[in-house]
Write a protein that binds this ligand. Structure first.
Ligand code: FAD
Ligand code: SF4
Ligand code: SF4
Length: 422
């Protein structure tokens, strides 16, 4: 069991994405003790799964590595991976929190040598690549995982594979008897930075996601374009691995729709614009068509939109595509809908389609027993009448990294003020 000494002057941050990391760093650098909990086996959240950041198109590892260094250098922050809140009681300035830690089956002696993965024969769906490929059941979650420590999938514990992994480890780092543990801590304020999930594209039935193999989502495109993704960075058709000549993006796939996400996620237009760049860099002759309701690229991101519009190979058509049908023989996709500007019917064929799905909040209602205000969609509202527990980043609203960081900084300040009031 972890030995975690905290007081009602400490701050608990739940969620180790860019927002949670920022909140933790800002609070710790202002002199407060912070405990940071992350349910994944690594920190960094969804940003780690992006290929490049807009608008500068730099790799996400740039910004994250600086933050990981600050985190390691600051003794005021204690972080736990595979950790979740099991219960909260108390009030502003005096919370009692139960934390549960799921077994990783690998301890801190792990050097990341990879011998366990070599010995392991079992494979599991790779969650980091949204199940587009398989990974050994003894795995490093991704290339620049922090902490750089392997994980064993629970399915191999008690099997020959589990034993093989343990035997292969020369550092006594594998503990097949590891169990779920828990510990209690005290906190004066709590920040939920639990982020977002991609909206489930299968719910938008008329696009046949899951049945039409060459229909993917925007988050899958990020992985496909990444060097450490399922195709080693090559954007190809999932059904047959062919290079693409003609690709469509469908904006607002399930967004701004009362039957799905009624709101605009604000960033998926720019994400698609960014992804047109990934495609055009790999395929100088590929035609790209973006079907949109309206393109939302605000402030400095307008320049990015202007730059993409100048590309003769990228076409923008105002339309809400109604259906996608797969041609069984070729795997090509036939899109039908109406051009909203001209009233003309659209029937066009593409090699591959990307659904620009929106961002849904990771609901905290099932894990947070304390009284927290959420809006009608499940995003946390910082209600002044319920001080002591705050949201940060995409747990509060769908947004980009820069705004998440700003919001996280103000959440750190709110948490500090909360402690100072008591
Ligand atoms: C297709 C796409 C492309 C994008 N591209 C860009 C881009 O180029 N540039 C840009 O600025 N933004 C981009 N974004 C937005 C960017 O991903 C977000 O701004 C960013 O992820 C927000 O970080 P966050 O920490 O708030 O949330 P997250 O990244 O979701 O992190 C939340 C963390 O909390 C953890 N967590 C969740 N629930 C719990 C729990 N109960 N207990 C413990 N831990 C928990 C999660 O595992 C996760 O690690 C893109 C988004 C999409 C959809
Ligand atoms: S668990 Fe052992 S074998 Fe596996 S990577 Fe870590 S040190 Fe190497
Ligand atoms: S950002 Fe664009 S694609 Fe995303 S919901 Fe808003 S308008 Fe639709």
């Amino acid at each position: 069991m972890a030995d975690v000494q905290t007081t009602n002057q400490s701050i608990l941050v739940v969620g180790g994405g860019i927002s949670g990391i920022t909140t933790a760093l800002e609070a710790a650098e202002a002199g407060y003790d912070v405990v940071l909990l992350e349910k994944n086996p690594y920190l960094g959240g969804r940003v780690t799964q992006l290929h490049q950041y807009f608008p500068k198109l730099c790799p996400p590892s740039c910004g994250l590595e600086i933050n990981f260094k600050r985190l390691k250098a600051n003794p005021r922050i204690r972080f736990f991976t595979m950790a979740e809140v099991a219960g909260i009681s108390g009030k502003e300035g005096d919370y009692d929190v139960k934390v549960k830690i799921s077994p990783r089956y690998v301890n801190e002696k792990c050097t990341g040598c990879g011998k366990c993965a070599e010995a392991c024969t079992a494979e599991v769906d790779n969650p980091f690549n949204y199940g587009m490929d398989k990974i050994k059941a003894a795995y490093l979650p991704h290339g620049f995982a922090f902490p750089m420590r392997y994980v064993l999938d629970p399915s191999i514990v008690g099997t020959d594979d589990g034993k093989k992994c343990k035997d292969a480890c020369q550092y006594d780092a594998i503990d097949l008897d590891m169990k779920e543990t828990s510990f209690d801590l005290k906190a004066g304020a709590i920040v939920w930075a639990t982020g977002w999930n991609p909206y489930d594209a299968a719910k938008v039935e008329y696009y046949g996601f899951g049945e039409n193999k060459n229909v993917i989502t925007n988050v899958m495109m990020e992985r496909m374009a990444s060097m450490n993704g399922p195709t080693g960075g090559k954007i190809v058709r999932p059904s047959d691995g062919k290079e693409i000549k003609n690709i469509a993006f469908i904006q607002c796939a399930g967004s701004r729709d009362e039957n799905h996400l009624a709101y605009c996620s604000g960033i998926c237009c720019v994400a698609s614009l960014k992804q047109t760049r990934y495609i055009r860099e790999q395929y100088p002759d590929c035609e790209v068509t973006v079907f949109f309701i309206d393109i939302r690229a605000l402030d400095r991101l307008e320049d990015f939109y202007t730059m993409v519009k100048e590309d003769q190979k990228v076409k923008f058509i105002k339309s809400k595509i109604a259906t996608i049908t797969e041609d069984g023989a070729t795997g090509n996709l036939v899109l039908e809908g109406e051009n909203t500007n001209t009233g003309e019917q659209i029937k066009a064929t593409f090699d591959m389609v990307v659904l620009a799905t929106g961002m849904a909040p990771n609901s905290i209602k099932s894990v947070c027993s304390a009284d927290v205000s959420c809006d009608e969609y499940g995003f946390i509202a910082n209600d002044p009448a319920k001080a002591g527990i705050y949201g940060a980043g995409c747990a509060r609203r769908p947004t980009d990294v820069a705004s998440s960081v700003q919001d996280a900084t103000s959440s750190a300040l709110r948490a500090i003020q909360s402690i100072a009031r008591r």
